[in-house]
Design a protein. Structure first.
Length: 371
């Protein structure tokens, strides 16, 4: 065996795939997970998809005793426990802050007492806000947050100071954060705290900024999960995918298998210590493109419904520059979206899903967060 690994949030979507990757490579794996009902359902129990060789400790990341128990005998830690959802974070402010920020602080205090060989923390592309753009003069610049008046007028594109729409370009790690939601703020806090404490206590630490991760085992009944799983859940229930704005916003969709491999490489590569690294596919697609692709892969002749509405905290375009991941990790995406969608949709068709998108939309609309 190469060593013992703890994955916080290890019974979840990314954590369970990471478990498979680590076990395949000869590591012992322990997971700490609270089996949140929003992710695992009301009768939360050990998921069937979690590898039987994973030691599961059911406990909360905010509980110091549970965290200390989970760290016993561990060589490496992946801190992937978090509540995920841009829109929900804008009204469950205390909950997101407590789980994501305080939970990270509890883990870091435990690591100060009992350091490990490497800490890898899951960050997010959401901290960038808008990605980078090329203006009419050919200069690369950060996109500004779109004014509310512009969004109300249905004018979706990010403009330069003269009001001219700019062209999106890949976003590298050097782009300054622009935190447009409580979720983004909490992920930035997780990232910065981990790197700060890692540096102070000589715990090699890496922050991975994940872009839009998709794949099997996503919580289909969670309306705040990844957009591809949400689209699949709607189609499974013979309903059209709902798309905000005009559907032409561009995103980077990366397979969970590529994310699991990149995570392992970040743990194994000494060069990654102290770094923040984008993990994406390096390609971009419009949201309407992927909605249509999911429908086609599922054999559904259901057109997406483009609402023309917007959500507070949403951004227009952001997709990854993965140059640093290639250089430091030797990372190269292996599963293109077209192949990954076939796997995802084959899995979705065997599932049952409670479509809660209308409930999510009503929650946001009642608070003035979706207009």
């Amino acid at each position: 065996m190469k060593g013992s690994v703890l994955i916080t949030g290890g019974a979840g979507f990314i954590g369970s795939h990471l478990s498979d990757e680590l076990l395949r490579c000869g590591y012992r794996v322990r997971a700490l997970d609270n089996l949140s009902p929003q992710v695992h359902g009301r009768d939360a129990k050990r998921p069937d998809y979690l590898n039987p060789d994973v030691e599961l400790i059911v406990g909360d990341i905010r509980n110091p005793e549970a965290v200390r128990k989970a760290l016993d005998g561990v060589d490496f830690v992946f801190h992937y426990a978090a509540i995920v959802g841009v829109g929900q974070s804008m009204y469950e402010v205390a909950n997101y802050t407590e789980v994501n920020n305080l939970g990270t602080a509890v883990l870091l205090e435990a690591l100060i007492e009992r350091p490990v060989r490497k800490l890898v923390v899951a960050s997010s592309m959401s901290i960038y806000g808008e990605g980078l753009y090329r203006d009419a003069r050919g200069e690369i610049r950060a996109g500004n947050e779109r004014p509310l008046e512009q969004l109300k007028a249905g004018d979706w594109e990010v403009a330069d100071d003269g009001g001219q729409a700019m062209a999106p370009v890949p976003t590298p790690e050097s782009k300054q954060p622009s935190l447009a939601s409580v979720y983004a703020l909490s992920k930035y806090d997780q990232e910065r705290m981990s790197l700060m404490i890692g540096r102070a206590y000589n715990i090699p630490t890496v922050a991975l900024r994940f872009f839009n991760v998709y794949g099997t085992r996503q919580a289909l009944s969670n309306p705040y999960t990844g957009v591809l799983a949400i689209f699949g859940s709607r189609l499974l229930n013979e309903r059209p995918p709902l798309i905000f704005e005009d559907g032409l916003q561009r995103r980077d969709f990366v397979s969970v298998h590529d994310v699991a491999r990149a995570s392992r490489l970040a743990m194994e590569k000494d060069e990654a210590a102290g770094q923040v690294i984008n993990i994406g596919s390096g390609r971009s697609y419009t949201v309407v493109q992927v909605a249509e692709s999911v429908a086609k892969a599922m054999g559904k002749e259901i057109e997406p419904e483009i609402t023309g509405q917007y959500r507070v905290g949403d951004i227009r375009h952001c997709f990854s520059d993965i140059t640093l991941a290639r250089e430091l990790l030797g990372y190269e995406p292996e599963l293109p979206l077209e192949s990954g969608l076939d796997d995802l949709c084959t899995w979705i068709e065997k599932q049952t899903a409670e479509d809660r998108v209308d409930e999510m939309k009503a929650q946001l609309s009642s608070r003035g967060l979706a207009l």
